[in-house]
Design a protein around this ligand. Sequence first.
Ligand code: SF4
Length: 68
Amino acid sequence: MSQKLKVVVDKAACCGYGVCAEICPEVYKLDANGIVYVDDEIVPEGLEEQAREGADACPQFALAIEPD
Ligand code: SF4
């Protein structure tokens, strides 16, 4: 069984570059102001790698992936 992962978002650090949403739009959404949010902090099965890539690509270090 694979370990569940969750996304931790630091909205204050987000500058709205949208890199995360480009890489993994299933997990990272942008609000009307272009600031990141997630519908569900638990990363859906099968999207772990993509979610991690999106988090790693954030130039503001606003996203972290942690074990649930
Ligand atoms: S990549 Fe980082 S700064 Fe850009 S929208 Fe996503 S969380 Fe915000």
